[in-house]
Structure formats: C-alpha cells, structure tokens
Design a protein around this ligand. Structure first.
Ligand SMILES: [Zn+2]
Length: 976
C-alpha cells in the first residue's frame, strides 16, 4: 500500500522534504561516476504492479482486477518484444490468476522462460515484524518452489512495502541463495545512496537497493504523453543525488496499477525527445543483475530498519486488531513447535502428514500479507484472515494430537501420557482427570522410574450421571439415550444387576477396549421386559475421577507417563498462599497484591519490582496504522475499587483474581478534542498465577470492552534503571532505545513489536503472541523506568485523514467498526524478574517453558501393555546449548529430519544435538542439502556464531526413541 504523498507521482516536482541529507559526502563516493558529463543517463524502467491482495476491498474483489491486469500484461509481452514486467515479487499473484484462468499457465511459463516476466521469490509480500521468523522462511520456500513450476524465480529479495525490515533479513536471504534486497520503508536517514550494504547480526550482508521515493517513483512518468521530455528531465534531476552516474531505477507502477498498453511506443518517443537519458525496459532482476556490485568498503547498515526518516513506518499496526495477532501466534506456535516436531519424531516417515502441513502453512503464509496481518483492512478481510488462522490451528492441533495419541499406544490404560515439546528435559505443569478410588485421601503421580510427585486436587467429578425409576416395559426409552457404546459423553463399560436396580458403569475411557454392547443390551432388555409392570431403578455411575495438577519431569522432545497412586509425593519448590490471601511464593519468586491491585514481585536473589500491573486507559483518535491521542486526553489508571479473590491455593498451582473496577470514557468526542464525559463501568480481571518451580508469574487480563477509540496498556516498572530494551523478534534479539528516528510525516513513537519476549531493567515480559511495547519514563518508581505493553487498541477507521500523529493518510478513510474491539478479551503473558542481563537471567529458558505447555493423552495401549511403559522417560532429540533456540524440526521429502537452530546471543555458542544421529549435513534456508557434518556418539556438535541461523539435516538410527512404528502400534486405538 502507498499512502497519499508517500510514493509520489513522478510527474509532480520532488517534495522539499526529499533533499540530500546535510553533511552528505559529495558525489565522490558514488559508483560509476563518469568524467563525461554529456553521457546519457541510463534509466531502467521497471514496469510492475504492487498487488495488495486484500486491503480496503476484499480479496475476491481485488482479484477480478488482477485477472484483467495479468491478461493485459500477457498480451503486451506478446505484442512488444521489448516489454518486460515484474509481477510484484509474490507467487500469490500467479496462483490467484490461474485459479480463474488455468488455461494460461503455458503462456506464463513461456514469458518467465524468456526472462521478460519476473515472478517471486516470495509467495506473498508479508509484513516482516508481525509474523515469526519461521513464517518468513516458509514464505520464501513456498514462493521459490512454486516459481520453479514456471521456470526460475526472480533472484531478488524484493521487499517494497513492508512496514520496516527485520534484522535477520539479510541472513535469511543469503542463506536462501539471494545476494540482493530491495527496500523502502524504514531505511535510516544515514543511508544517502541508492545502494548500501545491509548486514545481519551474524555479519552476513546483502546489497540493498533503496527505493528512495517508494516503489512507484516513476508511476506517473507517462501520464502526459506530449510532455515526456519534462517528465524525464524531472526524474533524472531527482535521481542524480541518489544514483550519481549509476543507471537509474525507475519503478513504473503502483498499487493495483496496470501499465498503459502503448508503453513501448511511449518509451521510444521519450528516448527521442529526452537526449540526456536513455530509457530501457527491464525487469527488476535485470536491473539488479547489471547494477554495480558493492564491496566490503561500502557503507553498511547493520540490523533492523524502522526509521521514519523518509517514509512512515506505521508502527501502530503492531497493536491494531489484537485478535489477528493472537490467532497468528497460536497457529505459528502449534505448527512450528507441536505439529511438525511431534509428527517428525513420533510417526513413521511414511506417515509424515505433508499435505496437511502444506495446507496449514499456506493459510499462515497467506495471512502474513502486510495488509492482512497488520489489521489495517476492512472488516470482511479480517473475518477471512481469522478463518484462515482457525483452519491452520485446527490442522496443527489435530496433527499434534494424532502424534500424541500415537505415543499413548505405548502407555497402559488408566495412566497418562505426557509429551514434552522442548528440546531439553524439563519440569512441566500437567493437569488431567485421572481415575482415583473414592477412598484415597491423598494422591501422588508415579513415574516410570518409580519416583512419585505430589498433586493438587483441582476438582472431583460428580459420579452419578443418571438416577431415575422406569417401568420394565420402558426399557426401549432407556436405550434410546445410547449411541452404540456412548452415553452422556462417556463409554459404557459394563453393568451390575442388584434386585430391581441396574447400575450402568461408565467412564470417559472405554475399559475394556472391546465390548459386546449388543449382547449386554439384550441381557438388560430381557431382564426388564421379564417384569414389565415393575418399577426399576436405573443408575448411571461414572468411574471416580479427580482433576489433578502436578509438576512432572519429561525428557527432551520425548515422552513419559504417570499413573495415580495412593499417598504423597514430592513437589519441587511448592507454591504457597500466605494467610493474608494476597501473597503467593514458591521459593523462587514471591508475588504480593497491593491495595491498588498492582503487584510487588521479589525474586529469591533480591530483585524487586513494585507497582507492576497498572492498567492505563487513554484515548486514541488515530487509526489502524498510527495511534493518535485526542488533543486533550483523559488517562484513567486508578481503579475505583479493588477486590482480590483466591482461586487456587497451591501447592502445585496458586492463583489470585484481582478485580479492579474502572470508569472508562465511552469514546472520543467528534473532532477528537477530548474523550467523552460519559463513562462506561468496566471491571478488569487480572489472574495472577504462580506454579511450583516456575521463576515467573503468569498473568491473564480480561475485560469486556464497551468503550471506543482508546488504548489500554499494562505498565510494569522495571527493577533497575535502563535506557534500552531487548526484544525477541524474528530469529534475533534486538536492542532498542527510548526514541526512534523520525523526520517524515508521523510521530516517531518508540512503540515496538516483540514476538517472543521483551526485557528491560531486570524484568522480562514473556509473550504468547506478538505484542506492542514501549519503554517509558516512570517518575516515582525506584528505577525511573517502566515497560508498557498494549493490551488493546480500539479504532474505527483504516486511516484517519486527520490523524493527530500522522500528517498524511496511510490509506482510505473507511470505517472498520469491528476494529473497536468491543466485547470480551483476554490477553495473557508472564512476568519474569531476574538478576543480570537477559542472557544470564534465564529469559530464553523461561520463555520456552512459558509458551510451550506439555501435551497429554490418556494411555491407550493394548491389554498387553504393562506399567511401567517401555521407552518412557528417554530423550528423543536433545539440544544442549545456552541462548540457542530450535525454530523448526520437520521431515524432508527424502525422509531426513531438518532442524533449524538460532543463536540469539551476541557471542559464539556451542550447540550439541544428541539422539541417535547417524549422519548430518548442512542445508540452505530453502532445504537444499549442503556439506556433510561429522557426527560422534550419535551427536552433532556445532559452533554457532553470534546471531547465526543454521539449518541441519539429520538421519537417525532405528534405535532412536522416535518410534518409527508408533502409528501402527497405536492405530486401532486412535478413536479411543
Ligand atoms: Zn502494499
């Protein structure tokens, strides 16, 4: 998308804001400078379109326009041998076109083969900051692979309209085989040349072509055919400071624009009338291939680019439509960390669910389109985005469950299977309903090695599901309630006859596995019919079960099992609720609720944060792109009343509910001068949960939003003064300050996106999905600083023409009432106070533990499977390393496993992958096999450089605990 005034019409004079930055070192450094001032400037005209697939109109509406556009482009390619076209760097345009015009595939292939039609390399033009690093990689992999169906993809990392660029993009491109990027928004003021080196934290760099005036810098070149001389002259004059005597890149195209059919003739005429330049039509790939290469001595920008120096970065999209961000986080986590790894390790290679995974990923990739994931589209688009995420989540959940059930085939019935998604052994919280005889006073969970962990009873199931009297001849009415073996969501497992009382024995699990239901029904029917007039008492009694919580140790990416036994077990670092009813403590962390409902957090080693959890509500007269407060804002941050309730008291899990009552203004008055006087009473419920052995406190905030045009943030004063924050984003931890570079036409808000966590001054906020945060001054706190994360931002317009924090529109002023986010919302995260920096404060481990719950399934083994189950408790594939995360683990078409490791630290790290590894090789970011790696004792040992992303492919031995025949073993039990 282009905001009006951003990528300006080239027929208009260059804007005065667009001048060579002061202090620029002359033209001496410019490449290709010729002494011959009379040489004609070469202009590479790149006809293209920028295809926002769905935005201010829904997908199907824009697609009709796309079909017309591609029809015209194909005709022009055939009519004009010198014409070329760049189809916006995303294969989605091809797929969307062919869905309607499948018969045109061969024509497309012909033009791709000729080099005059450039496609890919992406599947979609995504937003870089709002999706996971893995989604970025899968997008490139999908687009590249699809492009091969037509020929070759464009070998350019084309990133024309992303709202800023992530730090690791150069490394992603390099490791996928691309040496060039093309960028616009976010490029800092210090870049003063059209090409610069852009470097990732690992030191790898690409040549970045800077679209200084956007991707439509020549969109209006041919607007007035009889004034081509003037248009070309203006363009060359504009380009000279940026390009020197380098060939000039003229991007002819803009949002949803088609080239004029007579383009070739117009270019010919321009070359006749404008003697100072020579224009040729190119694809972007041709321009980049002929561009002067850069060397190590050329200026370099390292890391992410979020500057607003010359274009708006529209940072408010990180908090627009939190429902989309939450749905994205769920789908990505389930796919990356559950569905793929568990299927890879616990199913046979033949059972790898490739088609399901491709479908789920296609939904996630589709939604990563910048206008889709940003939440800056009309409501019908957002509805479709949410449906796609829901489908991806349904597939991922189903696959994870299937792999877990496969493992459960090795666990006896009555016991519980526990699967650990983390690549290291760890304690995890488990909650499950287990059969426990009524008579037992205390229950422990026994592990396969005989050790016992203590439990906390969360609830007890009501055993009597039905108790009524029936006449004997009403027996058919009784059995009409049954569906085969199923009755009241339970399995019928047997019956007892005692005089004229029949007791049906039920359980949530079928036990025994096989039952002659028809035979039993015939027996009961015969008994009751024998005394048709008599009154029979019919009871349905469920097996006694208790819902138990426990903290259980499970092996790396492997599984264990537990069964309920009578007695007490050990609880590591149990959590206690103090007698004041306001303090939770587990020996690692204590949390106290203050009179105003905020929290005091103190770690065992004395790190202290006070006043944590202030809820701050302020007006927002902005739009989906940019927050913008009313001229006179009213901030509500003091509750009118506070109630604290105990929900759970330990020792495994303790939870308090803090209910704060506020009066939030209903909205903002017309014109945006102030918030309304009318108020909406709003209860904000904050669940504060501390678990045994966890060094962080889990927070869940929920409220029913009945106010419009406002922003709600959670403020956490940090323990120590800090001027910078660290946030985990896309394969990187980035350091950011309290200000960001502006200069163009929006307020340079230092609100930033964090994907995994954000850390400042000794406290980390561990996230479940992408969130917007800001490091703020907090006078009166002991550190003078606080982190704020946005819980909700309500706005009613895609773009407001008069946004107080942005001078020019970012899109059309179209109402999006659903973006007011009315209704009930819940946002959850965790607070992890710690000593030292994030690297030595255990932040990476805490984030791993917070976001990745264990999976459980009832034991589903055949009667031959006995306790303790074989193989339980053994590591499957273990990663030993600090600050190194596993972002992906999946199976490749040739059966090899592929694992991607990311070193988040700024120093070298050793990583050891252990688990019957027999062969290993490197792989590119697109999965192409590379160099063999040496393997010792079933382990791969690799050194990762600072910020390095490495992909390895592994072949494992048959003895590995990733049971290759698990699916078969568990097959008949899968519907249990
Ligand atoms: Zn766009």
């Amino acid at each position: 998308m282009v905001g009006i005034g951003e990528a300006r019409d080239a027929s208009a004079p260059p804007a005065t804001s667009f001048v060579v930055p002061a202090g620029r070192p002359g033209t001496g450094r410019l490449k290709g400078m010729s002494a011959d001032a009379t040489a004609r400037t070469t202009i590479h005209l790149v006809p293209h379109t920028h295809w926002d697939r769905e935005w201010y109109r829904p997908f199907q509406s824009f697609r009709m326009q796309l079909v017309d556009l591609v029809d015209r482009v194909l005709d022009m390619l055939e009519a004009e041998p010198d014409f070329a076209f760049t189809l916006d760097g995303q294969l989605a345009t091809i797929d969307d076109y062919l869905e309607i015009r499948p018969e045109q595939a061969e024509r497309l292939k012909r033009h791709v083969a000729s080099g005059r039609l450039a496609i890919g390399p992406w599947q979609i033009l995504m937003d870089e900051f709002l999706v996971s690093g893995e989604t970025l990689v899968r997008n490139l992999e999908a687009g590249w692979t699809r492009a091969l169906d037509f020929g070759e993809p464009m070998k350019v990392g084309y990133l024309p309209d992303m709202f800023g660029h992530v730090a690791q993009m150069p490394q992603i491109l390099r490791r996928a085989g691309l040496a060039d990027a093309v960028v616009w928004r976010g490029v800092p003021a210090s870049v003063d040349h059209h090409a610069f080196r852009w470097e990732s934290p690992d030191g790898s760099w690409v040549r970045a072509e800077y679209l200084a005036d956007g991707y439509g810098n020549a969109a209006g070149m041919f607007a007035v055919p009889d004034r081509l001389d003037a248009a070309a002259a203006r363009f060359v004059e504009w380009a000279r400071p940026w390009f020197g005597t380098d060939p000039v890149l003229a991007m002819y195209g803009t949002d949803h624009a088609a080239p004029v059919p007579e383009l070739a003739a117009l270019v010919g005429r321009l070359n006749e009338v404008h003697e100072a330049s020579h224009m040729r039509v190119s694809t972007l790939a041709q321009y980049v291939a002929e561009a002067t290469p850069l060397t190590e001595s050329d200026p370099c920008w390292r890391g992410e680019m979020r500057s607003g120096a010359r274009a708006n970065v529209l940072m408010g999209v990180a908090s627009a439509r939190i429902d989309i961000k939450r749905a994205a986080g769920r789908a990505e986590t389930l796919l990356e960390r559950y569905a793929e790894p568990l299927s890879a390790l616990h199913l046979s290679p033949e059972a790898w669910p490739d088609a399901f995974l491709r479908l789920a990923w296609s939904k996630v990739i589709e939604n990563s389109a910048h206008d889709s994931i940003c939440g800056c589209s009309v409501d019908p688009v957002v509805d479709q985005v949410l449906v796609r995420f829901a489908e991806a989540e349904q597939i991922a959940t189903g696959l994870a469950r299937r792999a877990t059930i496969a493992v459960a085939g090795f666990v006896p019935r009555g016991a519980l299977t526990i699967v650990n998604p983390s690549p290291h052994a760890r304690l995890g919280h488990v909650e499950a309903e287990l059969p426990v005889p009524e008579a037992w006073e205390s229950v422990a969970l026994e592990l396969p090695d005989g050790s016992r962990v203590g439990t906390q009873e969360l609830s007890r199931k009501e055993p009597i599901l039905f108790d009524h009297e029936l006449r004997g001849d009403e027996v058919d009415d009784l059995f009409r309630r049954f569906h085969g073996r199923e009755i009241f969501d339970h399995a019928w497992n047997g019956y007892r006859l005692d005089g004229r009382t029949i007791t049906f024995e039920l359980d949530t699990d079928p036990d025994p596995a096989w039952l002659d239901v028809d035979g039993l029904r015939t027996e009961v029917t015969a008994a009751m019919r024998a005394e048709p007039e008599a009154t029979w008492r019919i009871r349905m009694v469920a097996r006694s079960r208790r819902r138990l919580a426990a903290s259980v140790l499970a092996p790396a990416l492997g599984w264990t099992a537990v069964r309920a036994v009578e007695g007490r077990g050990v609880i590591t670092e149990p959590v206690e609720l103090a007698s004041d009813g306001r303090t939770l403590a587990n020996g690692l962390l204590s949390v106290t609720v203050g009179a105003d409902g905020t929290l005091r957090l103190e770690t065992a080693d004395g790190v202290l944060a006070e006043g944590v959890g202030r809820i701050v509500d302020g007006g927002d007269f902005g739009d989906s792109y940019n927050y913008g407060p009313p001229s006179s804002d009213t901030i509500v941050d003091a509750p009118e009343s506070v109630v604290v309730e105990t929900e759970l008291a330990g020792p495994v899990v303790a939870r308090l509910a803090v209910i704060r009552h506020y009066a939030w203004p209903v909205g903002v008055v017309a014109g945006g001068s102030a918030r309304t006087v009318e108020r909406e009473p709003t209860d904000v419920r904050m669940e504060v949960e501390l678990r045994a052995g966890e060094p962080f406190v889990r927070i869940g905030i929920s409220f029913d939003n009945r106010s419009d045009d406002h922003r709600v943030r959670f403020h956490a004063p940090v323990p120590r003064p800090s001027d910078t924050s660290h946030a985990e984003g896309q394969f990187a931890v980035v350091e950011r300050g309290m200000e960001c570079e502006g200069g163009y036409r929006e307020e340079p808000m230092a609100t930033y996106p964090a994907h995994g966590w954000v850390d400042a001054g000794g406290v980390a906020i561990l996230l479940e999905h992408l969130a917007e945060y800001e490091l703020l001054d907090a006078p009166g706190t002991n550190s003078g600083r606080e982190l704020a994360i946005t819980l909700l931002r309500s706005t009613g317009l895609i773009s407001r023409n008069e946004n107080p924090y942005r001078q020019d529109p970012a899109g059309p002023e179209i109402a999006i009432p659903n973006a007011q986010m009315r209704g009930r919302w819940r946002v959850s995260f965790a607070l992890h106070p710690h000593a030292g920096a994030w690297t030595d404060g255990g932040v990476v481990d805490a984030a791993e533990r917070h976001r990745h719950a264990f999976l459980t399934a009832p034991g589903a083994g055949s009667p031959a499977v006995e306790w303790p189950p074989e193989h339980a408790g053994a590591d499957s594939l273990r990663l030993d390393a600090s600050d190194v995360v596993m972002s992906s683990l999946r199976r490749r078409p040739d059966g090899w496993l592929e694992v991607r490791l990311v070193n988040l630290a700024g120093q070298r790290r050793l990583a050891v992958l252990t688990g019957a590894v027999e062969e290993a090789r490197t792989a590119s970011m697109r999965g192409e096999p590379g160099e063999p790696q040496s393997v010792t004792d079933g382990a791969l040992r690799v050194e990762l450089g600072p910020g390095e992303i490495r992909t390895f492919q592994l072949r494992r031995g048959a003895t590995a605990v990733g049971h290759t025949d698990l699916l078969d073993a568990a097959g008949p039990r899968q519907n249990a």
